[in-house]
Design a protein around this ligand. Structure first.
Ligand code: DQA
Length: 145
């Protein structure tokens, strides 16, 4: 049987990882992190489909696609859209695919405007503050369900 796929979706400005505020987000680029995610997913027996967009609608379309493709799970770092997007909230609520929220930083320990998450109430769970390791922890969690 073909390996199940886990979608790993990244939102606005995460294409700039490596040069974007490295004291907060680390020095690894998204491509480097994607390589780590792929390696770890393969050791767990999953395929991954890793994407990034600066556009809310793309992320919503990809959540629908994950559901239509019967993906095993979605790992979502929605970036700043985490704190604003009723559209992402509705999309996650509309699908049955479990979504794991990931953040490199710990938004709860940062500015107050980052404390609200539209993703957390509809996510299976959230992993924040462990840098790029958070994606691997999310894969570990997804491999258990
Ligand atoms: C982030 C946290 C968000 O508050 C911020 O807007 C980001 C990155 C993180 O991974 O720590 O773009 O999602």
């Amino acid at each position: 049987m073909a390996a199940k796929t886990i979608f790993v979706l990244n939102g606005p400005n995460l294409n700039l990882l490596g040069m974007r505020e490295p004291e907060i987000y680390g020095s690894a680029t998204l491509d480097e992190i994607a390589g780590q995610i792929e390696d770890h997913a393969h050791t767990l027996g999953f395929d991954v489909d890793i994407r990034q967009s600066n556009h809310e609608g793309h992320l919503i379309d990809w959540l629908h696609e994950a559901a239509a493709d019967d993906a095993h799970a979605v790992i979502l770092n929605a970036g700043a859209l985490t704190h604003t997007s009723l559209g992402l909230f509705d999309a996650i609520k509309a699908i049955r695919t479990p979504v794991i929220e990931v953040h490199l930083s710990n938004p709860a320990a940062r500015e107050e405007y980052r404390h609200k998450s539209f993703i957390a109430p509809v996510a299976k769970g959230s992993i924040c503050g462990f840098g790029a390791l958070g994606y691997q922890l999310a894969l570990d969690a997804a491999s258990k369900f």
